[in-house]
Design a protein around this ligand. Structure first.
Ligand code: BGC
Length: 743
């Protein structure tokens, strides 16, 4: 007995010596809810650990089923939350087990990856980010939430707010791109759209910000790889989006698979407690990513799963996704003193609080309403909203004038492996979305053009992957008979998303060969690229008359594209990520730091490649319109200002072209001299506005000390007096600037 006590004390001492504090309970400070306290006081340890346990059903592989083991876990109170369980029928069946057959009758929480649509599919998040339209993004998040909430769900594992400069990483499709400012605003819009003002009408979900933290910076772009970035880069570039989402009210946060500064996120107390709880003031609950507690054994920071669970709890993880570690392995930590019951109680408290906010204790079935499910899903209004944001997400990368397509073009060849494809249009992370509901490009064009004078030919021409070129001669023959070619090429939807890193981010297979064969006909080619990440489009650009970056646009893809091709909608999207000329340039992003030897094409001894320009093919913020716009030189309300003053930067933006259209006016700052190196440009504000042809609109931006601040040598946010350039233009390459001085 004495010996056991000795070993227990030794373990605790060693744990503390390793820098892992044990047993600290971080409470939100909010008043405790008597109902929840009463419940907790009557719970067994197993029931408490059950609330901290999240399991998946087997839905994804075999339809709506759940292993009998899980049913028993629900019955015995050893599992308090499930994911991959949706639809009114299935959730009702499972909830009944919890509230009728378990001792304490605590309702289950149902989670799911509702990422960019539930049944009405919206464009993939990276595409939506290119709309720079926060209202439309919030609306799309609201609609997906509403549909999912009508189908029994309470909780979505979204928004994913991981900033990334890594196009090889497949999960860029799920985020908002490379920029911290744009990403933060989008994170807020998505949280607002998902959660709204609350759950009174059972039409919103609980949001889960993921993946905390820095998951978007995997070394070499390979998913699940370790992250090795400086604290400065972490805090300047990767951290702010999570903070924005938390401050926008997100009630849950998911840990990431990667390590940060040598410690896997699910065991990283610095991330989960010091930053998330103490710095950000987060008071919801933290869930791990899929089995990421268990994976800490593979990371090599713990010897076994028990130690992994204890590390996770001490770091600040409240709920274990799929690992079963909290349920099965951590009790021993209570006996040997490495964890305390108060920590477990606090986690349970934060989980039950959200169940209560959802109204589940009053009515555990309030999200599972058959009539609401039938009347909410895929309504015409939802489909219209999807079409609207799909059009806003398409980036016009090149146009020699062939677009918008004139109605006088009579014979059109629609070709390429994605020309009449539906299944890929929903994109990766489409959950319960179904390709069969999508409008293909070919269908969209035909529905759009009701004139008997215009005829379409449709041939596939090639597969997405593989080497088969046997259809080329037939396609080329048809092309010769047509006036214009619309070629849809790109990636398969599963070539992006999780576990879909690519070393070569080209258009796969022989699709570029098809493009070149068609080019030889001399006919104009409108290339529509469908994909989930920035690709190397150098050859596509060289060989096409016009290029539309169409991403995966969701259910209304074909209609949205037809609207654009025929000019019913004037493209307004701007890239949220730079597109490299070649993989060798990666990472390529606009807000790189000033160096001692800045790029100079005429000097060998400056930072550059000797075989390629430094610049990307298409920069961040870039995207064309059918119209042309001019921006006046920025005017400033006062060019010298103090920290306590705000300044107004104004420009006149004129639509000088032939079409009404929207433009995204972007404001960037460059700090010319600071005590640490600063980026050559940083986005600080933007406005998207409609300007009719011939019209001029004045655009004003108010800048305060916040926009001019940065992290100093001790990583404290500060401002320093000095000179800044303020740029205003239509992409991150703009040179249109005014100088200001902070006194
Ligand atoms: C992903 C998460 C996702 C979870 C549940 C993991 O593999 O990284 O983003 O929410 O699975 O499906």
């Amino acid at each position: 007995m004495k010996l056991n006590l000795f070993y227990a004390l030794l373990t605790v001492t060693l744990f503390i010596a390793c820098g892992r504090k044990t047993g600290e309970v971080i409470t939100s400070g909010a008043k405790k809810d008597p109902m929840i306290e009463k419940l907790i006081s009557g719970m067994t340890l197993d029931e408490k650990l059950g609330q901290m346990t999240l399991f998946t059903t087997d839905w994804e592989s075999t339809g709506p089923t759940i292993r009998s083991g899980f049913e028993n876990d629900i019955r015995s109170g050893r599992c308090g939350a499930l994911f991959n369980s949706h639809t009114v029928d299935f959730t009702t069946r499972l909830q009944r087990i919890a509230v009728e057959e378990s001792r304490l009758k605590i309702p289950l929480l149902f989670g799911y990856d509702v990422i960019h649509g539930y049944k009405t599919m919206f464009p993939i998040p990276l595409a939506e980010a290119c709309s720079w339209d926060l209202e439309a993004i919030e609306k799309s998040a609201y609609i997906m939430s509403k549909e999912a909430a009508a189908s029994g769900l309470h909780w979505t594992f979204a928004p994913m707010v991981d900033i990334s400069r890594e196009p090889r990483w497949g999960r860029v499709m799920e985020g908002a791109g490379e920029d911290t400012y744009l990403g933060s605003r989008i994170a807020e819009a998505r949280v607002k759209g998902i959660q709204g003002k609350g759950f009174e009408n059972a039409d919103r979900l609980v949001a889960c910000v993921k993946h905390f933290a820095a998951y978007g910076a995997p070394t070499a772009g390979r998913d699940y790889n370790s992250v090795d970035i400086s604290e400065r880069v972490f805090r300047e570039t990767y951290l702010p989006t999570y903070e924005a989402a938390v401050k926008a009210g997100a009630k849950t946060v998911m840990t990431s698979f990667n390590d940060y500064n040598g410690v896997p996120a699910s065991g990283n107390r610095y991330l989960l407690t010091d930053i998330l709880r103490k710095e950000f003031g987060f008071n919801g609950f933290v869930v791990t990513d899929y089995t990421s507690i268990n994976e800490m054994v593979n990371h090599g920071v713990v010897e076994n799963e028990t130690d992994a669970g204890i590390l996770a709890l001490n770091a600040g993880v409240d709920m274990d996704m799929q690992g079963g570690i909290y349920q099965e392995k951590i009790k021993v930590g209570l006996k040997d003193g490495r964890i305390r019951l108060e920590q477990i109680d606090e986690s349970v408290r934060s989980i039950l609080k959200i169940k209560k906010e959802l109204g589940l204790f009053e009515n555990p079935y309030r999200f599972s309403d058959k009539a609401r499910e039938a009347s909410t899903i895929m309504t015409p209004e939802h489909l219209m909203a999807s079409r609207d944001i799909a059009r806003k997400s398409v980036v016009l990368l090149k146009n020699d004038g062939v677009l918008p397509l004139s109605p006088s073009v009579k014979k059109i060849l629609v070709t390429g492996p994605l020309a009449d494809d539906k299944n890929n249009l929903i994109g990766a992370w489409s959950g319960s979305g179904e390709g069969r509901h999508c409008i293909s490009l070919y269908e969209g064009l035909r529905q759009h053009v009701r004139s008997a004078n215009i005829s379409f030919e449709q041939l596939k021409g090639a597969e997405i992957e593989g080497t088969d070129m046997s259809q080329f001669s037939a396609v080329v023959q048809k092309a010769k008979e047509c006036d214009v070619i619309i070629l849809a090429i790109g990636e398969h939807k599963d070539m992006s998303g999780e576990a879909a890193a690519r070393a070569m981010i080209r258009i796969p297979g022989v699709q570029e060969n098809l493009l070149k064969a068609l080019k030889a006909t001399g006919k104009p080619i409108i290339t529509v690229v469908m994909n989930g990440r920035p690709l190397v489009l150098t050859e596509v650009d060289n060989n096409s008359s016009a290029v539309l970056e169409a991403w995966w646009l969701g259910t209304q893809a074909g209609n949205a594209l037809a609207d654009i091709i025929y000019g019913d909608y004037n493209p307004s999207a701007k890239l949220a990520m730079s597109f490299p000329r070649h993989e060798g340039q990666i990472p390529v992003y606009y807000n790189y730091k000033s160096t001692g030897r800045p790029f100079d094409p005429n000097s060998k001894w400056n930072t550059k490649y000797i075989d390629m320009p430094n610049s990307p093919l298409y920069p961040f913020g870039y995207g064309l319109s059918y119209s042309t716009f001019d921006c006046s030189r920025p005017e400033v309300s006062q060019s010298v200002f103090t920290e306590n003053e705000s300044i107004t930067i104004s420009v006149d933006v004129t639509n000088s072209g032939k079409y009404d259209g929207e433009q995204v006016v972007q404001l960037y700052i460059r700090d010319l001299v600071a005590s640490v190196t600063r980026p050559v440009k940083e986005l600080k504000a933007f406005k998207k506005l409609m300007i009719r042809k011939g019209q001029t609109k004045r655009v004003e931006f108010v800048l305060t000390k916040k926009e001019f601040s940065f992290l100093n040598q001790t990583l404290k946010r500060t401002t320093e007096p000095g000179k800044f350039d303020v740029f205003v233009g239509f992409d991150s390459d703009t040179t249109n600037k005014v100088a200001v001085t902070l006194k």
